[in-house]
Design a protein around this ligand. Structure first.
Ligand SMILES: Cc1ncc(COP(=O)(O)O)c(C=O)c1O
Length: 459
């Protein structure tokens, strides 16, 4: 009925943003070695570095924080957390962890051994690292549709089921301790996975008697995109779609810093009592007693409430439509982006945006630096700085698989006028795209170089 998407909340507390000038920001980013990770957040006007742990909690969640019971064992906050997660997911054994990667470490330590293979639509980097740390191979099987950045295909996050079958044939089910599906597919451009695809993958897993686990960080956003885009799903409650996705799985890991809108927290869930026992043994070793994991009672309360708020459809409608709003406006202005928009982020196609720069001239860095200098907007390069490397023999830079800039949208944190401002900043950078300079890496660490690298502008 109305085209304006309003935020379905009012603002009770505000956080001051320090306003700066382009001249100040040019100096700040130069002093940071042109690395956006080296900026102090107070020098950023709109921070789109990540949607993880950066959401705004509700007054109900803050009320829960005050009610949190800090008993070491058997806290009522644990039971509140456990019942809420069980209500949404249906999983029986639920283990709190301080964040997603702790759940991943425990899951893979218990289930994997050297030489095993763990297929996923796309492993997130911590998932891959924790899997490989056990000596297993983390295998990505993304849908071939993901390669086309501009098509309207609605579920580019799907797993390639034919390749999953080939993987079972090649490695043998005895070497595949579990299959994972990441919803939404963060490393695959935040694209959703269809319910049909989860069914197909689950059927293959059943055939080979292999457990399926979900990386459920953004499961409610994924479910809302299923409701919007998948034939036959439009009239179903999101809660029911989430439950159906979980019904098809043996368990999940979840970083609750995403859809459950908490600043810290996560969990590991399973239906298997024997695995749960082994998970808890490891949990006690590094995270804490099973009724608090790595969390305080107040965090468990906030998480319990956040899980319920995450399936609120007015909230999800606003969330998904406001991400789409940014995507549509940028596309209308001619800015090349990964299409269609997913739930949590907009990805700029840096190769087309700054087409005069080759991957080793770091087009994504150039766009991100220009966005910061011009408007104080912080976004993240996902390209050669993050995934390329320097050849140890020739010393030459080798480009990454694709050049993207991610604008991740924190939940309930910014208003529509903030997003209109972001659209203006990106559009203005796009208008001056031919003048965007090349960058080169002056200093880099041997791994995860994007966090600490120092860069130079090529004059
Ligand atoms: C898909 C996915 N899995 C796992 C993680 C890891 O979660 P955490 O940062 O809470 O350890 C993330 C975090 O960004 C993610 O996006």
């Amino acid at each position: 009925m109305f085209k304006t998407i309003i935020e379905p909340f009012r603002i009770k507390t505000v956080e001051q943003i320090k306003m700066t000038t382009p001249e100040q920001r040019q100096e700040t980013i130069r002093a940071a070695g042109y690395n956006i990770f080296a900026l102090r957040s107070e020098d950023v006007i709109i921070d789109l570095l990540t949607d993880s742990g950066t959401g705004a909690m509700s007054s109900n969640q803050w009320g829960g924080v005050m009610r949190g019971d800090e008993s070491y064992a058997g806290s009522p906050s644990f039971f509140h957390f456990r019942d809420s997660v069980h209500d949404i997911t249906g999983f029986e054994h639920i283990i709190p962890t301080h964040q997603g990667r702790a759940a991943e470490r425990i899951l893979f330590s218990v289930m994997c051994k050297p030489g095993d293979v763990v297929p996923n639509n796309s492993h997130f980097d911590t998932t891959r690292a924790n899997c490989e740390f056990t000596g297993a191979i983390a295998l990505d099987l993304p849908s071939p549709e993901l390669a086309d950045m501009e098509s309207d295909y609605p579920f580019k996050g799907d797993m390639d089921v034919d390749r999953l079958r080939e993987t079972f044939a090649k490695y043998g089910a005895e070497n595949i301790p579990l299959v994972m599906i990441t919803v939404t597919n963060n490393s695959g451009g935040g694209q959703p996975v269809s319910l049909a695809n989860v069914h197909e993958v689950a059927a293959v897993c059943r055939e080979f008697d292999t457990p399926l686990y979900l990386d459920a960080c953004r499961i409610t956003e994924n479910a809302y995109l299923i409701k919007q885009r998948e034939p036959g799903q439009g009239d179903r409650p999101v809660r029911e779609i989430v439950h159906e996705m979980c019904d098809l799985a043996q368990g999940c890991t979840m970083s609750a810093k995403k859809d459950a809108i908490v600043n810290i927290g996560g969990f590991l869930a399973t239906r298997d009592p024997e695995l749960a026992r082994q998970h808890k043994d490891l949990l006690i070793l590094t995270e804490g007693f099973p009724t608090y994991g790595g969390l305080a009672g107040r965090d468990l309360e906030a998480l319990a409430i956040g899980m319920q708020e995450a399936v609120d459809e007015d909230y999800l409608h606003y969330r998904i439509m406001s991400t789409r709003y940014i995507g549509e406006h940028l596309r209308d202005a001619g800015v090349p982006i990964l299409w269609p928009p997913g739930g949590h982020a907009i990805y700029l196609n840096a190769s087309r945006f700054a087409s005069h720069l080759s991957p080793v001239e770091l087009p994504g860095v150039s766009i991100a630096v220009a966005m910061y200098e011009l408007g104080g907007v912080r976004a993240c390069e996902i390209g050669t700085l993050m995934f390329g490397h320097r050849d140890p023999e020739t010393g030459e830079e080798v480009g990454g698989p694709r050049e993207l800039v991610r604008l991740a949208i924190p939940r309930r944190t910014y208003t529509q006028s903030h997003m209109d401002y972001v659209i203006e900043v990106v559009t203005q950078v796009f208008e001056m795209r031919d003048a965007l300079p090349a960058y080169r890496i002056a200093e880099q660490a041997p791994f995860l170089r994007h966090f600490s690298a120092k860069l130079e502008r090529v004059e």
